[in-house]
Design a protein around this ligand. Structure first.
Ligand code: NAP
Length: 642
């Protein structure tokens, strides 16, 4: 299937347009129409949507203002159609800024404008494409790349290398592309960011069936991207990377892989791009008796679809994002579910979490040029840097406090109020399910009420007594109770801080990557590290975001930076670049200090954001703008050029 980005002609029937407009997202529609027609008077003061709030899609427009906006849109669309549906006139920066100001309800500053223009990404533009080709800037130069992993980041890197004419091979351990969306097939798996923003900026899909689509839709999107970009032929499936070793003299990487037939093979490449993700090696709980259970037992990312859960007694260890998605489904068919919770979660209300995109809105996205981009832009802004103050640590914070500051308290009160309301009448459950730590200490789980509804079910029991051991019959808790089970599911997450395990990677002088890290993965911009020339990480150390933005955005920035590194090598006639130790260390000091100003950095609750030492090795603590700026170009002074 292809990714649908075709715009269909508007019908002659105005009633059909009117009908669709009933479902319109109005704040993004009027800028789209202003762009389409070049008529900025459409951005009327009386139809000004106000500040962007995700839970208030119509931006606080009164019903009368909404009706007026729909009428205006209808007249504009009909006139545009009757005028022959001409292409949109060229958009100047100032016009774009005016539309953005209108859409987000605040003035877009000069520093954000270039980033936001890039993110708008109209169909005919791809501002993050390399803009150079190997044969043009370094004719005859040999540069081959190995990409490890064909998930979201790997597909992207492959596409960009292809655009630059750099030969590459992708090594993928699974039988298909898609990474996390290929592996996580548990019931209820769906994207918890808004789907229209969780997609490549340059390959937007207009017809997402849900605001947060299920796993199979995401997998299909990434499959379609791999097909459309024409990179599938370069992927070696069912093949695992065992090691990568740098040869100082030849300035060359040897990547050793094991193919589907078990045979090992060495592949030589001038550059290696790791796109293995952070959340793909399942972590089993460190509890006594693991493996003793006699019934079906499996991890959420290795779902056993053959296990008979209907009518069964099912135990679940863990209550993170994965468990919060599959437990409601399991509870719907199991005889009983016992949830073993070590730490509760904060739940962010997302009313449209399970909702289909309404028919009229879908229709408009397909028929109004530019509308999908402006809607994506609205979402991008809604989950953008404006959230950061809510997770900031104020000066007065003391370890153990339930909030990190004034803005964090506001967020806490909102989330606590929502949970209390949804569990009204059950103080026992409120007591167990209410977190006593600052929101964003760990991942805030997205929910539309399905979690509290599940806890309220007669066949569900939330157990907070610590686990003593796993027995052949079930799970024994420290109060002496043995919970007899037919099946046990581990929703216990991933070995996120064990970057690139179990691969062995050796750099200059044979230095081992994991030894150099000493248990605490660090990188410069999350992409390069000293002693490992031309080895690049995507979604590497400190590139995960907690409350602002999407991982796709980060990957696009990272890949752009990698391509700029390659360009630097080619244009300068260098063989490799090696990150300078002082640059790397100073950068990481800043990152560590930044994370200590965020809820996840100061909180003592367990989370996958921290390595065993307690250092936050996963998260980016600053703005999206700052990461974009830092990865836009490469400063040659940051590297030893070999
Ligand atoms: P997770 O957030 O790391 O949650 C693991 C759960 O297992 C936690 O509740 C943890 O409790 C519990 N646990 C671990 N060891 C335990 C033990 N020994 N005894 C008792 N409980 C134990 O893992 P996840 O839910 O798979 O999610 C990982 C990340 O993947 C998410 O944060 C998110 O970034 C991503 N994800 C995204 C989506 C989506 O977009 N739709 C869906 C799923 C996952 P503690 O809290 O006490 O450690």
């Amino acid at each position: 299937m292809a990714i649908s980005r075709e715009i269909a002609p508007l019908p002659e029937d105005d009633d059909r347009i009117r009908e669709a407009l009933a479902d319109a997202h109005l704040p993004s529609l009027l800028p789209a129409l202003a762009q389409l027609t070049g008529d900025l008077t459409l951005l009327r003061d009386d139809l000004f949507p106000g500040t962007v709030v995700l839970t208030d899609p119509q931006g606080g427009l009164s019903p009368e203002a909404q009706e007026a906006a729909r009428e205006l849109a209808l007249r504009t669309l009909a006139a545009w159609r009757d005028g022959g549906a001409p292409p949109a006139p060229a958009l100047s920066r100032e016009q774009a800024r005016r539309m953005m100001d209108y859409l987000i309800g605040e003035h877009v500053s000069d520093e954000y404008l270039p980033l936001l223009l890039e993110e708008l990404a109209f169909a005919e533009t791809d501002a993050r494409a390399p803009g150079w080709r190997l044969e043009e800037i370094a004719p005859g130069r040999r540069l081959r790349a190995v990409i490890i992993g064909a998930g979201m980041s790997g597909i992207l890197a492959a596409h960009r290398l292809q655009q630059a004419g750099v030969p590459f091979t992708v090594i993928e351990k699974n039988g298909d592309v898609g990474g996390t969306w290929f592996e996580n097939t548990y019931p209820g798996a769906r994207v918890d960011s808004s789907n229209h923003a969780y997609s490549y900026s340059f390959a937007q899909k207009y017809d997402w069936p849900y605001h947060h689509s299920p796993q199979e839709v995401l997998l299909e999107y990434f499959r379609d991207c791999a097909d459309e970009f024409g990179i599938r032929g370069n992927v070696r499936f069912n093949t695992e990377v065992l090691s990568a070793a740098f040869d100082d003299e030849r300035c060359l990487w040897t990547v050793t892989v094991r193919g589907p037939d078990g045979a090992e093979e060495a592949i030589e490449a001038e550059a290696v791009i790791s796109a293995v993700g952070q959340l793909n090696r399942p972590k089993l709980p460190d509890v006594a008796g693991l493996g003793n259970f006699a019934g079906a037992a499996f991890h959420s990312a290795r779902w056993d679809h053959g296990a008979e859960l209907a009518g069964a007694r099912v135990g679940v260890i863990g209550t993170g994002s994965s468990a919060s998605q599959f437990i409601p489904h399991v509870a719907g068919e199991a005889a009983e579910v016992r949830i073993f919770q070590r730490t509760p979660n904060w739940y962010a209300p997302a009313p449209n979490y399970h909702e289909r995109v309404s028919g009229g809105f879908l229709w408009l996205l397909r028929h109004v040029p530019g509308y999908a981009q402006w809607y994506r832009f609205w979402l991008f802004w809604a989950i953008s840097d404006g959230f950061l103050p809510m997770v900031e640590v104020d000066d007065g914070f003391r370890p153990g406090d339930e909030v990190t500051g004034a803005a964090n308290r506001q967020l806490r009160d909102l989330l606590a109020g929502s949970l209390t309301q949804q569990l009204a009448g059950r103080p026992d459950l409120i007591e167990k399910a209410m977190p006593r730590f600052p929101p964003a200490s760990k991942r805030i789980v997205v929910d539309n009420g399905s979690w509290p509804r599940t806890l309220l079910r007669d066949n569900v029991r939330l157990i907070t007594t610590p686990i003593r051991e796993i027995t052949p019959r079930g799970v024994a808790t420290e109060d002496g109770e043995e919970h007899e089970l037919d099946a046990l599911i581990y929703g216990t997450g991933f070995q996120a801080s064990h970057f690139l395990t179990p691969m062995r990677v050796t750099g200059r002088g044979g230095v081992d990557m994991h030894k150099q890290w000493g248990g605490d993965a660090r990188a410069y911009l999350g992409v390069t590290m000293p002693n490992f020339p031309n080895f690049f990480f995507l979604y590497g150390p400190n590139t995960n975001i907690v409350v602002n933005g999407s991982i796709v955005y980060f990957s696009e920035c990272e890949v752009q930076y990698v391509l700029e590194c390659l360009r630097l090598l080619l244009e300068g006639g260098h063989r490799a670049l090696d990150c300078r130790r002082d640059v790397h260390d100073a950068y990481n000091e800043r990152i560590d200090a930044g994370n200590l100003k965020r809820a996840w950095g100061v909180s003592s609750v367990p989370s996958w954001y921290k390595s065993e030492s307690g250092r936050v090795a996963q998260n980016w603590p600053f703005t999206l703008l700052e990461y974009w700026r830092q990865t836009k170009t490469v400063d040659p002074a940051d590297y030893a050029l070999l």
